[in-house]
Write a protein that binds this ligand. Structure first.
Ligand code: F6P
Length: 329
């Protein structure tokens, strides 16, 4: 495979560090004598031939910027055969020998479909959900955790002053990694995640009561959006034990902001290795991480890999509450 020109796109929910990955793809490609075309608005942009030529200067000063300069979208058209055929036509029209696709699970499913139509694709995992089985880590997760932690630390100040209960909803429609990591880092009273069937009485009410018995006068409940609505959980707490919680939905603020050191570093490495895969004659793979090292996995295999929420972490989060009770009694 003699690669002369590649396309790069970002798709699905944006994540801090996507720009760092785009920059790394462009600069690595140029260093290998490969031209780079930016496809705007994800797979939809490939259908619509929405593109921009990228040179070294066009990715200057974006390393520290959140969001994605290439824009992103979730494309319904790309799920149709007709849409994908048009995407292939764009690749041919632009003379693209391959595409680097930066995104999550949906992005990689699109990548697999395109690869089956003869366009080589290399994927880079980027989602604040960190829910991809093929990679220990996905770009954006650490920055999103830090954003949520910063907000919750602020909430705690006012909750502590007013001796209140706070219910905070964090992102994660299908995955509780963000909620659990954040819950550990803020010392939450309870964490609710979509992966577990929650026993509300045991997982929320009894924890608040135990915390109260230990002398606490404010409580922090962290709930992943896929585990239930924070507003509803707040109402249930009021109905069950009479405490009137204040509810905060952090929402899309978690997806914004400057990527932190970890996300800039890993995005740069992943971008580099994605281009090297093409330069060395490979394709149709995902660049992931395993225990900090870069790994390259065939797309189909990568999509079949599952990542499970580590129960050990859940236990650790709970132990922090019990430890507190024991110290106080
Ligand atoms: O990027 C992943 C994610 O943030 C999920 O946690 C969340 O459920 C979803 O995207 C929200 O997507 P949208 O931006 O389309 O509302």
């Amino acid at each position: 495979m003699n690669i002369k020109r590649i396309g790069v796109l970002t798709s699905g929910g944006d994540a801090p560090g996507m720009n760092a990955a785009v920059r790394a793809v462009v600069r690595t490609a140029l260093s290998c004598g490969i031209e780079c075309i930016g496809i705007r608005r994800g797979w939809q942009g490939l259908i619509n031939a929405d593109f921009v030529r990228l040179d070294s200067a066009s990715v200057g000063h974006i390393l520290s910027r959140g969001g994605t300069i290439l824009f992103t979208a979730r494309s319904e058209d790309f799920m149709t055969e007709k849409g994908r055929e048009r995407a292939v036509m764009t690749c041919k029209m632009l003379g693209l020998d391959g595409i680097v696709a930066i995104g999550g699970d949906g992005t990689f499913r699109g990548a697999l479909e395109l690869s089956r139509l003869g366009i080589p694709v290399v994927g880079i995992p980027a989602t604040i959900d960190n829910d991809l089985g093929c990679s220990n880590y996905t770009i954006g997760f650490d920055s999103a955790c830090n954003t949520a932690i910063e907000c919750i630390d602020k909430l705690r100040d006012t909750m502590q002053s007013h001796e209140r209960c706070s219910v905070v909803e964090v992102m994660g429609r299908n995955a509780g990694f963000l909620a659990l990591y954040v819950g550990i880092a803020v010392g939450a009273t309870a964490v609710l995640v979509p992966e577990h069937e929650e026993d509300f009485q045991k997982n929320v009410i009894e924890k608040i009561q135990a915390s109260r018995l230990a002398g606490n006068t404010h409580f922090m409940i962290v709930v992943a959006e896929g585990a239930g609505s924070a507003v509803e959980i707040g109402k249930q707490i009021k109905e069950t034990i009479g405490i009137e919680p204040r509810v905060t939905v952090l929402g899309h603020i978690q997806r914004g902001g400057s990527p932190n050191a970890r996300d800039r570093e890993i995005a740069t490495r992943m971008g580099y290795y994605a281009v090297m895969a093409f330069a060395e004659g490979r394709g149709n793979t995902i660049i992931g991480t395993k225990e900090g090292d870069i790994v390259e996995i065939p797309i189909e295999e990568a999509l079949a890999m599952k990542k499970h929420l580590q129960m050990e972490r859940y236990k650790i989060m709970e132990a922090m509450q019990f430890g507190h009770t024991a110290n106080r009694s």
